[in-house]
Design a protein around this ligand. Sequence first.
Ligand code: PRX
Length: 632
Amino acid sequence: MENLEQVHLQVKEIFYPPEDIKKECIVQDYESMYKKSIENPEEFWSEVASQLHWFQKWDKVLEWNFPYAKWFVNGKTNITYNCLDANIEKGRRNKVAYISVDEEGNEKKLTYGELLEQVNRLANGLKSLGVSKGDRVSIYMPNTVEAVISMLACARIGAIHSVVFAGFSEGALKLRINDAKAKVVITATYTKRRGKKIPLLPIVKEAIYDLDFVKNVIVWDRDRELEESEFSKKFVSFEELIKTSSPYFNPEVMDSEDPLFILYTSGTTGKPKGVLHTVGGYMVNTYLTTKTVFNIKEDTVYWCTADIGWITGHSYIVYGPLLNGTTIVMMEGVPVYPHPGIWWEYVDKYRVNVFYTAPTAIRMLMRFGDEIPAKYDLSSLKILGSVGEPINPEAWLWYYKNIGRGKAVVVDTWWQTETGAHMITTLPCYPAKPGKAGKPLFGVVPDIVDKEGNSLPPNTIGHLVIKKPWPSMLRTCWGEPERYEKYWKEIPGNVYSAGDLATIDEDGYIMILGRADDVLSVAGHRIGNAEVESAIIEHPAVAEAAVIGKPNEIKGESIKAFVVLKEGYTPSAELVEEIKETVKEVLGAIAVPDEIEFVDKLPKTRSGKIMRRVLRAKELGQELGDISTLED
Ligand code: PRX
């Protein structure tokens, strides 16, 4: 089993929440609330959903037709009504919704009233281009409030957004636009990273040149540098569209089970899966988890450092915090530019109360030394969140001591693109154990089982499964229902298989150890081994490739590729660079292997399947395990 070493690294200490935080907790009695959510889900979820606005109330909370679930059956709502209009009705018109900052300290603040107006204008703009309910819109934007406006404008008219991380290159972008058959793409001229402009528009142009179904590209011309001639019937200006459209728009009445968005994520094959989330259940659970895990109050200032291109950005930069009427900080750029204290500078400047980031960033920032965060006043912080990969106790303790100064709680939230919302985490009201995510959230029934689905005793490593449907669960994989069903059929017992290895201790705390399948976690980004292999094979000299993950102190995992060259090619340093460049073009910089080794052949099973496991064990000097199926 992988990552076993982490089990031995556990910190035995238990960290109790400081009294002042505990006193303020929205959830005071986790155990009884959890019990109710499991024993009486109808009543529990009805109460939560009733805190939101519905045009028409649901008839039934859940209809479970294994493995297909419908939540809040026949309920009618619009998530943007709850994100925007409902907040204005509650007196938050002039409350700041977003503080969108870049690396240079430029900020754009938008109140709830202003956000609603911008969203309505773009919604009208999209309508004028012929986009309607059910159409797909791809969004390839920097991590700025303009991206949020784009997502919300889609949701307002009932179009399905498909956000593509702006770090992906044209191959990955094209695949996603093509799979979703997007009618419109929303993009910007560039995004900023380390003070440099990274062009986005040229990548979109490359990606769509032969995709006739893309009717329009809406371009946010950030520096007004495009010539008149670059706009056409097809390429329209984001700002013009907003300026010339009406600020009034009646939100589309959406059925609870109408699609809200598609978000592509890596699986074990070369093609990413289009995870589909629907309106009602996703809305209710992102609302509840944001509120209870981050203890959102009227004056909370909240900052999630993710990018809107990932699920964390969707659920916890956009929908969850807006549903709670929060003031949200978002930043375009990297954590170390222009200096490695930039995040702490912003925490200090904006008096951030809730800060949510990934272990990989914490491990990177740790390296710059304790004196960097020590320069700032971080006393506003109350809750520190972690997400995306296991947080090692060392990073947990550094976060707790140097950022939280022992006065804030750390919540380690386990969840996935597929789960839509947090599933397992400690809540601020009960003690945390470094390295362990914690207990299940409301309505979540996890178990640790063997491959046959038998429950395992405490402290035994097994597969993490979820035994009951939950409101924000994925509903299908876009165009590939068989891939959706696989989640529920992988392990016997009609359970959802998360694909992670985990253990549970005698107090019910779950520790996530990492993926059980061929999916890598590089700097908290989920990348399929097979996806990188397919990209490598696009290089004309490559016959075959196998990719493995190696433990990496900062990134969690680094990528190593074993490459077999075609007849007539010889290994060289130039070929290494060329292959890396190919991966960068096809997938993007995040998927480029750190190491490439040329080999004569790859270990395979007799049926021809590459045994990555054997390569990995050899690379790491571990036992080879069962190799009876090895070809030779
Ligand atoms: O392996 C788990 C890891 O990230 C995977 C989900 O990746 P993705 O869909 O990209 O979503 C990431 C953000 C929610 C999981 O299967 N993972 C996520 N959170 C944690 C984690 N591993 C350990 N601890 C976590 N808190």
